[in-house]
Ligand binder design. Structure first.
Ligand code: SF4
Length: 419
């Protein structure tokens, strides 16, 4: 018997739209008045920004809606936890708005604005009024890259580079392309999730990408989708346009409590990304950033969620690495057993740490590298003072007196003391 094939056609997304940006929680009618009062205070500390397209993805009937959690402030952000520059980016800032941590890669922080502000952002300090780390004038950065032939990769970041006008982007990208040793230009952006119309409605931007993403030297989009619900028909059309323009698309996102810390959700995200040609690249352990306590997941649980999520798709959906962007480098969490956590430097700032394999005592309450206690047999990384938080040394005396050295008591509040 012949199979009956459904002729129902998915409704086409509206691909023309000018999104409206919203900077004031008072302009979101779905938030009740009494809640809005509290949120105003939080938004006064950590900036708020959203847009009407992304707000429409929220299910307001669900107080735990993951999209809501991503951009609407919550009172727990005010807890006294973490540091504004949790992985010490100041230490690798070589010029105004220029970071150089690994020999081959330079970051240009070219704007402090994004399509919306993620509540868990590790660079939220950039959105504060008194922060001057970013510069719209990247000429010092371009000059720095030109003078360093070892730099083959440049990452445009911020903020979100795709918030810049196409005219500004053309100046930056054409200047980078004129430097022969720059092979890869990366654009780190959440605009494909926050505002896919940025690419869909801008033929000039499409032309720019087609011109400068060449068979010999590609432009990469380091997309940032956190949850499968962000992969709307419009977002898929936007990603298809990037690909059509010759851009290689990959995805990186942090593990976020209440958003994607569930193997079903993360697995679905990875599966769908692999289907559409935007393969998952990194899953980041949340940095201990001020204001981010409500979004943090302990390391061991994070690894369990990640491992389980990888089983939900094909090999292409299982490509990401679970890493901590620590000030000493990208530390990959390889495995966890009953007693130990196994890690390796995937990228290291110091040559002594490159590729180093390390073993730590398992600690289900630890959130970050420095909180762990190295196993006696392990190689030790250079430049990390585990004694600060793991229960040895001078500080340990103070902690012991306060009864805080037991693993279960090493509360995230200790992360305030990160170097
Ligand atoms: S888009 Fe990126 S830089 Fe902007 S708020 Fe989100 S995480 Fe931070």
């Amino acid at each position: 018997m012949a199979r009956i094939v459904s002729t129902q056609v998915e409704p086409s997304p509206a691909l023309e739209r000018r999104v409206k940006y919203i900077r004031d929680v008072d302009r979101i009618p779905n938030i009740p008045d009494e809640e809005r009062e509290k949120l105003r205070k939080i938004a006064g500390k950590y900036a708020f920004r959203a847009n009407d397209y992304y707000l429409e993805l929220i299910d307001w009937s669900d107080p735990h809606d993951p999209i809501r959690r991503l951009i609407i402030p919550c009172v727990e952000e005010l807890s006294d936890w973490g540091r504004l520059d949790a992985s010490n980016e100041a230490a690798v800032t070589v010029e105004h708005g220029v970071q150089h941590k690994y020999p081959d890669t330079v970051l240009l922080l070219c704007t402090e604005v994004c399509g919306a502000y993620c509540r868990y952002c590790f660079r939220k300090r950039l959105f504060m009024n008194d922060n001057k780390e970013v510069t719209n004038d990247v000429s010092a950065g371009i000059k720095y890259v030109a003078e360093h032939p070892e730099v083959t990769n440049v990452l445009l970041t911020g903020g979100d580079p795709l918030i810049l006008s196409t005219r500004r982007l053309r100046i930056i990208i054409s200047q980078l392309r004129a430097i022969p040793h720059v092979r890869i230009i990366r654009i780190g952006s959440k605009i494909p999730a926050f505002n896919p119309f940025r690419i869909l409605n801008d033929c000039e931007l499409q032309d720019l990408l087609r011109t400068y993403s060449t068979p010999e030297k590609r432009i990469y989009l380091m997309a940032h989708f956190d949850h499968p619900r962000e992969l709307t028909a419009e977002a898929l059309a936007g990603l298809a346009k990037f690909i059509e323009c010759g851009v290689i698309c990959v995805n990186q996102c942090p593990l976020i409590k209440g958003v994607n810390d569930d193997p079903d959700v993360l697995g679905e995200l990875y599966r769908k990304l692999s289907w559409i040609g935007c393969t998952p690249y990194y899953l980041f352990q949340g940095r201990p950033t001020a204001g981010n306590e409500p979004f943090e997941v302990p390391l061991v649980r994070g690894w369990q969620v990640f491992e389980e999520a990888l089983t939900r798709g094909s090999g292409l959906a299982a490509r990401p690495r679970f890493v901590m962007s620590h000030e000493t480098g990208k530390v990959e969490i390889l495995s966890v057993d009953d007693r130990h956590i196994y890690m390796r430097y995937h990228r290291a700032k110091s040559p002594e740490n490159r590729g180093k394999f390390m073993i730590f005592h398992r600690d289900d309450n630890a959130y970050w590298f420095d909180q762990l206690k190295p196993a006696e047999c392990s190689h030790l990384p250079v430049g990390v003072d585990f004694r600060r938080l793991s229960g040895n040394g001078k500080r340990n005396g103070r902690l012991r007196r306060r009864g805080l050295t037991r693993a279960r008591d090493r509360r995230p509040a200790d992360l305030r003391d990160h170097p």
